[in-house]
Design a protein around this ligand. Structure first.
Ligand SMILES: [Ca+2]
Ligand SMILES: [Ca+2]
Ligand SMILES: [Ca+2]
Ligand SMILES: [Ca+2]
Length: 420
C-alpha cells in the first residue's frame, strides 16, 4: 500500500513537471539577427527572430530595438508582421519573395483595445487569432503562438520567413522595417525547419588550422552526404559564423565538380567546378552553375536559393540541403569532387583540398523487387488492357529524360518487349 502511494506521488509529480514544461517553457531557436538601424520609433526596428514549435502550436519571439509602446495618434496601430512562404517557392528567385500567410501583431493607440495576434492569408483574408504569451508593452520583445492546424495541410518540413513593421491606420499603414535586410539589401529571408532530415556523411575533408583571421573563416572540415533526393554539404569553421554584414563579413563556398572532369568548369583546388554553392553572411545559400568561357573565367549563373537545416549564424556549422533536381546543367555523376573555400569580399581566407564524393545510383536492393515485378508483368503482358500498355510507353519516354536514373536500362528493355 505504501509502495503504491509512493508510485502514485512520483507519477503525479512527473505529470505535473511535463505539464509545466509544456506550458511555460519554449526552446527558442534563433533564426536571424539584423544590424541595428536608424528607425524611429525604435520599437518598430526588428532585431531578432526566434521560433519554436510543438504538436499544437508555432511560437515566435520578435525582439526590437526599444521598449514597445502604443502609437500616439488617434486611430493608429503599430503592426509587427511575420510573412510565411510555406510552399517555399521563393527559392526559385535570386531576389524575390512569395508568401502565402502573414501574422500581424497589432497594437492600437486606443488603451481599451488589447494587443492582438491575427493570421491572414496573403490576400488579406482573416483566418483566426493567435495568442500573445509574453513581452509586449514596456518590454523589448513579443512572444506569440499560433495553432498549426490553422494552416491546414500547408505546413511542410520547413517554411521561409520575412518580416515588416508598420505604423498608421490598418487600411493605410506606412512601412518602417523590412527584415532581414543584410547590408542594406533586401529580398532574402530566414528559414525555420520543423523536421530536419537526418544526415549520414559519406566523406569528410579535414583542413588544418591555418591561422586564418577572422577565426570564423578558418575551415576545419567540409562534409558531403546524400540520400535518394538530396545532396548535403557542411562547412565547419573554428568560430561562430556572424549574423549579418554580407560579403565583407564572410563568404562560405562549396565547389562541385559534377562530371568528375577537371577540364570542364572553373579551375580551383585541382578540380573543374561545374557548380558553386555560396553563402554571403546574412543571406541565403545560393546554387550557381559555371557559365564561363574558360576555366579561369569567374562567371556563374544563379540556379536556386538553397536551404540550411540549422541556422548557421551563431554556430560553427553551415549545413546545407540541396535537392538533386536542382543540378539542371551538367548531370551529377556517380562520383563528384568537392572542395570548400572561405573569403572576405574577393580575398581568399581558407581553401581545402578536394575530395571525390560518391553518389551511388539506386542501391541494388531496390532494383531487385522492381526487376521481379517487371518480369512478372511482362510474362502476363498479353492480358494487359490497352491503356496499361500505353502508359508504360509514356513511362519509358519520361524516364529516358533522366539519364542519372539507373532504372533507365530496365525500362527500355520492357519497352522493347511491348513493341514485340
Ligand atoms: Ca531591423
Ligand atoms: Ca510561396
Ligand atoms: Ca583551415
Ligand atoms: Ca567539371
Amino acid at each position: 500500500m505504501r509502495k503504491l502511494s509512493i508510485i502514485f506521488m512520483l507519477v503525479s509529480l512527473l505529470i505535473f513537471l511535463l505539464i509545466s514544461l509544456n506550458t511555460f517553457s519554449q526552446t527558442w531557436v534563433k533564426l536571424g539577427e539584423e544590424a541595428p538601424e536608424d528607425i524611429s520609433p525604435d520599437d518598430l526596428d526588428i532585431r531578432e527572430l526566434y521560433a519554436d514549435d510543438d504538436s499544437t502550436y508555432l511560437y515566435f519571439r520578435i525582439t526590437v530595438d526599444g521598449a514597445i509602446s502604443r502609437p500616439t495618434t488617434t486611430g493608429y496601430y503599430k503592426v509587427w508582421q511575420i510573412q510565411l512562404d510555406v510552399d517555399r517557392d521563393s527559392r526559385n528567385y535570386d531576389d524575390d519573395w512569395d508568401y502565402e500567410y502573414f501574422i500581424n501583431i497589432q497594437l492600437s493607440q486606443d488603451t481599451s483595445e488589447n494587443p492582438s495576434v491575427k493570421l491572414y492569408t496573403s490576400d488579406g483574408t482573416w483566418v483566426d487569432d493567435g495568442d500573445i504569451i509574453g513581452g509586449g508593452i514596456g518590454s523589448t520583445y513579443w512572444d506569440i503562438r499560433i495553432e498549426k492546424s490553422l494552416f491546414g495541410n500547408d505546413l511542410g518540413n520547413a517554411f521561409y520567413i520575412y518580416m515588416a513593421t508598420m505604423l498608421g491606420t490598418l487600411t493605410n499603414p506606412s512601412g518602417y522595417d523590412w527584415t532581414p535586410a543584410a547590408s542594406g539589401g533586401s529580398g532574402d529571408y530566414w528559414i525555420y525547419y520543423l523536421s530536419p532530415p537526418s544526415i549520414t556523411w559519406s566523406i569528410t575533408i579535414s583542413d588544418p588550422d591555418d591561422g586564418v583571421t577572422p577565426t570564423n573563416l578558418e575551415i576545419y572540415y567540409v562534409r558531403e552526404g546524400y540520400d535518394a533526393n538530396n545532396l548535403y554539404f557542411e562547412i565547419e569553421v573554428e568560430d561562430n559564423i556572424a549574423w549579418y554584414g554580407g560579403a565583407g563579413q564572410g563568404i562560405y563556398q562549396i565547389y562541385i565538380d559534377a562530371d568528375h572532369d577537371a577540364s570542364t568548369g572553373f579551375s580551383i583546388a585541382g578540380i573543374g567546378a561545374d557548380y558553386l554553392i555560396e553563402m554571403n553572411v546574412g543571406y541565403m545559400v545560393k546554387l550557381f552553375y559555371f557559365s564561363g568561357t574558360s576555366s579561369i573565367d569567374w562567371s556563374w549563373t544563379f540556379l536556386k536559393r538553397e536551404e540550411w537545416i540549422n541556422t548557421p549564424n551563431g554556430s560553427t556549422k553551415l549545413t546545407i540541403v540541396t535537392p538533386k533536381n536542382d543540378y539542371t546543367q551538367i548531370s551529377l555523376g556517380e562520383t563528384i569532387d568537392i572542395a570548400g573555400r572561405t573569403a572576405q569580399d574577393s580575398t581568399t581566407k581558407d581553401i581545402t583540398s578536394s575530395s571525390p564524393a560518391p553518389i551511388p545510383e539506386n542501391p541494388i536492393v531496390s532494383i531487385i523487387p522492381l526487376t521481379l515485378t517487371i518480369i512478372i508483368l511482362t510474362l502476363y503482358r498479353r492480358h494487359w488492357p490497352k491503356y496499361v500498355k500505353k502508359s508504360c510507353i509514356n513511362f519509358h519516354r519520361f524516364k529516358i529524360l533522366d539519364l542519372r536514373d539507373s532504372k533507365i536500362f530496365i525500362v527500355i528493355s520492357v519497352n522493347n518487349f511491348i513493341k514485340d
